[in-house]
Design a protein around this ligand. Structure first.
Ligand code: C2O
Ligand code: CU
Length: 447
């Protein structure tokens, strides 16, 4: 992939979720020098895992990605039966854009604006357009490949009441398919769902969330239409109703995970607290923020404090990953692993932070399982590269170290990354990961 930079800013392209060679990971200052305006960088990328990936600049994402620099990469498995039958497939990239009366609300040249909550847009976009349209025959099964490419917005998507079957996420399929009412996607997360439209008419693609009135501390429902699927009276052919009704298991996924089940109960290896440090803020903000502490959503679904948010830049706002065992923070953290290691990482999102909100945490170059949330084990696993942590919540990740190099772990809210919420870990050379050792599960020595 030859990337030529025709911007007037330095840049680099990150291939999100792909377990590629470290030197092509696209992180300026870590894996490469930024690509200067006019220059070209050649990325050599290989694709070890089927899944839905995406690429975006890894330099000032807050404006480069927000202005449209993103795309999907879909890696299909060799197995023709990997997904169930569907009448069609649709790739949807979900985004938002912040538009004011005079056009786009300006971005910061030297530093990101909206450092507190991230830049929420007021115009929702599907594949860069404000109104998504699709026409299907009655009874069609559509497989949607969903990616959230927004700076900070978490979506809660549904298809006008049509049944939704959850099939896959970031790095492949779930252990088994499941019915869901809606799909929650944090920035950088991907989901593959199948939807059957059996009612003629219009099924609206809706983002349904719960917002907060920060002045009065009330919650109010907030619903935005992203587009619509027109369902004609014509019956779909072929008719996939029978196969759609069935929830399939994915035994090959479960087998791949089997190599790690004896590590699910291992002690926690590393603990990270996600929190916030505030310097001096412009005057009216401080008391407002303190007042705001008593009202909060575990997920900040929409930008309901726009003015307060805008004036905050990365200067006074410092989002923090704190290693609870060493006390070190962000770039000072120095985790070292060896290829073939398996570790448990506990992430806790500090409910007590002055502005607690959710953080989508992304790990480069590896894959992980979300074993448990708030102590409740997850009984339908899927390999992930990004996990959403609502405010006040805890998640236990089992991280498979399969890929040597220097890799990032960071919050995928563009403005939080710009205000420090990132760290680097090191993976030295070592044996291949267990899942690649011919399916042999290493046995432990008897005590
Ligand atoms: Cu999608 Cu470090 O990024
Ligand atoms: Cu964050």
């Amino acid at each position: 992939m030859n990337v030529t930079n025709r911007l007037e800013f330095p840049t680099a392209v990150h291939w999100h979720g792909i377990r590629l060679e470290n030197r092509f990971d696209g992180v300026p200052g870590l894996t490469q020098d930024p690509i200067a305006p006019g220059d070209t960088f050649r990325y050599r990328i290989h694709f070890p895992d089927a899944g839905l990936y995406w690429y975006h600049p890894h330099h000032r994402e807050d404006f480069q990605q927000d202005l449209g620099l993103y795309g999907n990469l879909r890696v299909d498995a060799a197995d023709p039966d990997y997904f169930g039958p569907a009448n069609r497939e649709q790739v949807l990239m979900l985004d938002d854009l912040l538009v004011g009366e005079g056009g786009l609300v300006p971005f910061g040249r030297e530093a990101a604006t909206h450092a507190l909550m991230g830049r929420f847009g007021n115009l929702l976009l599907v594949n860069g357009e404000p109104e998504y349209r699709l026409t299907v025959a009655r009874g069609e099964v559509v497989r949607f490949f969903l990616t959230n490419v927004s700076n900070t917005r978490t979506f809660n998507l549904s298809f006008g009441g049509a049944p939704i079957k959850l099939v896959a996420s970031d790095v492949g399929r779930f252990e088994r398919q499941a019915w869901v009412d809606s799909v929650v996607l944090a920035p950088a997360e991907r989901y593959v769902v199948e939807v059957r439209f059996d009612e003629p008419g219009e099924a609206r693609l809706v983002n349904r969330v719960r917002a907060i009135d920060h002045v009065y501390g009330n919650y109010f429902p907030d619903e935005t239409v992203l587009g619509a699927v027109a369902v004609t009276g014509e019956p779909a052919s072929p008719n996939h109703e029978a196969s759609f009704r069935e929830l399939r298991g994915h035994p090959d996924v479960a087998t791949d995970i089997d190599a790690y089940r004896d590590e699910f109960d291992r002690p926690v290896d590393h603990r990270l607290l996600l929190t916030l440090e505030l310097g001096r803020l412009p005057d009216p903000l401080e008391p407002l923020l303190n007042l705001d502490r008593s009202f909060f959503n575990p997920v900040e679904w929409s930008g309901t404090m726009p003015r307060m948010n805008w004036v905050t830049t990365a200067g006074p706002v410092r989002w923090v990953l704190r290693d609870l065992d060493t006390g070190l923070e962000n770039d000072a953290i120095d985790w070292r692993f060896r290829r073939g290691d398996v570790v448990k990482i506990r992430l806790r999102n500090d409910r007590g932070a002055v502005h607690a909100m959710q953080h989508p945490v992304h790990i480069h170059g590896q894959r992980f399982l979300v074993l448990a949330r708030d102590g409740v084990p997850n009984d339908n696993l899927v390999w992930k590269d990004t996990v959403l942590l609502p405010a006040g919540s805890t998640a236990d990740l089992l991280l498979e170290l399969s890929n040597p190099g220097r890799w990032m772990l960071h919050c995928h809210i563009a403005e939080h990354l710009e205000s420090g919420m990132k760290m680097v870990f090191d993976v030295a050379a070592g044996p291949p990961p267990r899942a690649e050792r011919g399916g042999v599960v290493p046995t432990r020595q008897a005590p």
